[in-house]
Design a protein around this ligand. Structure first.
Ligand SMILES: [Zn+2]
Ligand SMILES: [Zn+2]
Ligand SMILES: [Zn+2]
Length: 340
């Protein structure tokens, strides 16, 4: 994530819709990835930027509190992130209002990275069969009134389903303990599921596919592989070949876990360069090994800072040579698309 400033000079964060120093109203322009202060407004209409200008997403003065902008004369009322959401949990339940807000906030961070990496985002309106959409769903564990017995977080033909209770810290921490995971966040879920979507878009039926199979393996018997993982746990030697235990369940999950990890790395490196912790030139060097070297140095710093605060490691992972080769493959697939 890059750094943002209000026109008064005050540093502001990605989620801010108002400058804490001067009170100017702020909006994020996903076209230019910049934060803008409102140029003019009256009681009902906010305008940002110059010319025809930009207006606020319809979910701004709303519990979702989206601060993104849309073209003032465009056909949409919601921003490019909010309108990817197809299903939300019942808003008559106050906790679901909070869950929706948390899920949208993480989604905007995901969409930011996708735009920053110049990845295509085709929504359901553009492609009803395989466009990207999000279903945030409840099941009977959190709401006995819904039909669904159990919601599984996952991806199918562009639709990402997320169990809405993943937005609750207590639920998520308990699930993390149960699954013996070292890292579980809402943003991590979003990034993982986006990996399945982009596998369909960038790898399936493309020239990258044979190399994918060589690096990650063949994708036969997906259901059986997942059942086996949940029954018997990860392969005993997973650490040397996979970024996480779950990645060892099946090549598609390996890809999605590695993809999510690539987004973690690139996003955190962008933040670090913004603050001058790492020179810009090193991170954007064409040599992937330089990037990984800088990353490894940064993670030592991140973990040391956390330990000084009595917090668990911010980066509880270890990159082995086999994992780095997979990360480099993802780097190449994305770079080839961006240059196309
Ligand atoms: Zn200001
Ligand atoms: Zn929005
Ligand atoms: Zn998955």
């Amino acid at each position: 994530m890059r750094r943002f400033h209000c026109t008064c000079g005050q540093e502001v964060i990605f989620e801010d819709s108002e400058c804490p120093a001067c009170g100017r109203l702020l909006g994020f322009n996903p076209e230019s990835l910049t934060m803008l202060a409102a140029a003019r407004h009256n009681a009902t209409k906010l305008r940002f930027g110059t010319g025809d200008g930009l207006r606020a997403c319809a979910l701004r003065n709303h519990p979702v509190a989206c601060n993104w902008l849309i073209p003032a004369n465009g056909p949409h009322v919601q921003c490019c992130s909010c309108r990817l959401t197809r299903t939300i949990p019942a808003q008559t339940i106050p906790l679901n209002v909070q869950r929706w807000k948390i899920l949208e906030s993480a989604k905007r961070r995901l969409v930011y990275s996708l735009l920053w990496l110049d990845l295509p985002i085709v929504d359901r309106a553009q492609n009803p069969a395989s466009g990207l959409a999000f279903d945030f769903m409840e099941d009977q564990r959190t709401n006995p009134l819904v039909k669904k017995h159990r919601v599984h977080t996952g991806h199918k033909n562009g639709v990402i389903t997320l169990y809405a209770a993943e937005a609750d810290d207590v639920h998520r921490m308990m699930a993390r303990e149960q699954m013996n995971e070292r890292y579980r966040t809402v943003l991590g879920h979003m990034r993982h599921e986006s990996g399945h979507y982009y596998w369909d878009v960038l790898v399936k039926n493309t020239e990258w596919y044979p190399r994918f199979r060589r690096l990650f393996g063949g994708e036969e018997n997906y259901r059986e592989a997942l059942d086996c993982y949940y029954a018997h746990g990860p392969a005993p030697n997973w650490v040397s070949r996979h970024i996480s235990a779950y990645a060892s369940a099946h090549p598609w999950e390996d890809w999605a876990e590695t993809w999510a990890h690539y987004l973690h790395i690139m996003s955190t490196l962008e933040t670090a360069t913004g603050f001058g912790v790492i020179p810009h030139a090193d991170v954007y060097s064409s040599d992937f090994h330089v990037l990984i070297q800088k990353w490894e140095q940064l993670t030592v710093l991140m973990n040391s800072l956390n330990r000084s605060m009595g917090m668990p490691d911010a980066y509880p992972f270890w990159l082995t040579p086999q994992v780095i080769v997979k990360l480099r493959f993802i780097h190449q697939v994305i770079a080839a698309h961006s240059q196309a």
